[in-house]
Design a protein around this ligand. Sequence first.
Ligand code: ADP
Ligand code: TRP
Length: 320
Amino acid sequence: MRILSGIQPSGVLHIGNYFGMMRPAIALQAEGEALYFIADYHALTSVRDPEALRTNSRRVALDFLACGLDPERATLFRHSDVPQVTELAWILSTVAPMGLLERAHSYKDKLARGVAATVGLFNYPVLMAADILIYDSDVVPVGKDQKQHIEMTRDLAVKMNETFGQIFKLPEARIQPATETVPGIDGQKMSKSYGNNIDIFGDEKETRKRVMSIVTDSTPVEAPKDPERSTIVQLYSLFASKDELANMKEQFKKGGTGYGDFKKELFEKLREYFAPMRKRREEILRDKSYINNVLTKGAKRANEIAEQVMQRVRKAVGLR
Ligand code: ADP
Ligand code: TRP
């Protein structure tokens, strides 16, 4: 089984990225050949500062490794170290129906948030399909927001297979129901671009401030509170044991505890959870060549697979 996923270096990684994509991806590295990449070509649709793109890309690699990506088992590489994906994206775009891309939620959402309507942004799902198909991927661990992109990938693979014969495998999204959409501090989906994020390796003071500013209703301290609709409880459930979670829910229903105290409990759990990863991160940082070595090795392996698949594709469509 081949497992593939990507993450954009468009900012700093948050706990939504961790629970939605990174943790499941790390768990899957024991189940087959895993390939994970830093989607710098994709990030070009929003990042216009070359230094920021380079710095973020290294930081994503560092954070992913600190969280448990094992380079002895999984391949970690930069998207742009496999330029063949842009060639495949072009070929796929020649069969991609306009209507398919026009239905993409993420494109419409981005326009609604004021992102410039570029051809690259519109074409993003085609590049993403190329990312997946070029490695003959079977399984793609992602958060729920990426589901439609995987469906579009399958549509494009079917279209290519119908037109040129059997070239591509049909990949499947792997979405964890319990963590498919992690809420941000405002209760909406956590996202780098919504400013509602809690970062995995954020500065402690800033993280505490963010947790303390989780939006709640104005139920007074002594009154019973509804745990089922609370962002605090939802976030706490990611870190706490079953008993701890049941206990917090009980305290909510009983009344007598203010939201501030629950937030403090959440902050402590969060800090505890990421502490070993923070330590690992410091260790990685001490070895100056570690990340470069991992990425160089990753690029080599990713290139081998991509080049093999591209030879099949070029032959099938009549190039070379
Ligand atoms: P962002 O929305 O912050 O820019 P990305 O689009 O870079 O995040 O997402 C990277 C990965 O993390 C994707 O697989 C995505 O589905 C997952 N992800 C992002 N935000 C969340 C969230 N709030 N809950 C669950 N998964 C998420
Ligand atoms: N579009 C994904 C995101 O914004 C990142 C990504 C790019 C990706 N190519 C991919 C994810 C291929 C999985 C497979 O999060």
